[in-house]
Design a protein. Structure first.
Length: 126
C-alpha cells in the first residue's frame, strides 16, 4: 500500500524531471537538475554508506516513519538548514522529535558532492 502510494507520488515527479531535462545540455553543479536527480537516487537508497538510508526513516508522503516526512521540506527549511540537519542532526531538532534519533554519521559517510545533491533534491520538494 505504502509502496503504491510512493510510486504514484514519485512517478510524476520523475517524469517532470525527465521532461525538464529534455534538452540534455545542462549538467553543471550547484543545485542544477542533475544534482536534484542524483540526490533523489541517493535519498531513495535502502542502504547508504553502510547505514540505513534516508528513506528508511523519512517518507515523502507526509507520514511519519522514524523521522519527519520530507514532503514540502523545501518550503519549510532553507537549503542551509537542510544541510545542517543532515550534517549535524541534533543542532536543530524538528518539532516533536528528540535528539539522537537521526544518526550523526553523514559528514563521514557522504562526500561533499553527495551532500550537495541531497540538499538540492530536498530543496526541490516544495
Ligand atoms: C535512523 C533514522 C534516520 C535516518 C537514517 C535519517 N534520518 Fe533524517 N531525521 C531523523 C529524525 C528522527 C529527525 C528529526 C530529529 C532531528 O531534527 O534531528 C530527522 C531530521 C531530518 C531533517 C530535518 C527535518 C525537519 O523537518 O526539520 C532532514 C532534512 C533530514 N533528517 C534528512 C535526512 C537525510 C538526507 C538522510 C539520509 C542521508 C537522513 N535524514 C537519514 C531520522 C533519520
Amino acid at each position: 500500500m505504502r509502496k503504491t502510494l510512493l510510486v504514484i507520488l514519485v512517478l510524476p515527479l520523475a517524469l517532470m524531471v525527465v521532461a525538464a531535462c529534455g534538452g540534455g545540455g545542462d549538467s553543471g553543479g550547484g543545485g542544477g537538475d542533475a544534482d536534484v536527480q542524483a540526490g533523489q537516487k541517493l535519498f531513495a537508497k535502502a542502504v547508504l554508506g553502510s547505514q540505513a538510508g534516508c528513506s528508511t526513516c523519512h517518507s515523502l508522503d507526509g507520514s511519519v516513519v522514524v523521522g519527519p516526512s520530507m514532503q514540502g521540506v523545501g518550503s519549510r527549511l532553507s537549503a542551509d538548514e537542510i544541510r545542517t540537519s543532515i550534517l549535524d542532526p541534533d543542532a536543530v531538532l524538528a518539532e516533536g522529535f528528540t535528539a539522537g534519533l537521526m544518526p550523526p554519521v553523514w559528514s563521514d559517510k557522504l562526500t561533499d558532492e553527495q551532500v550537495n545533491q541531497l540538499v538540492a533534491y530536498l530543496s526541490s520538494l516544495k
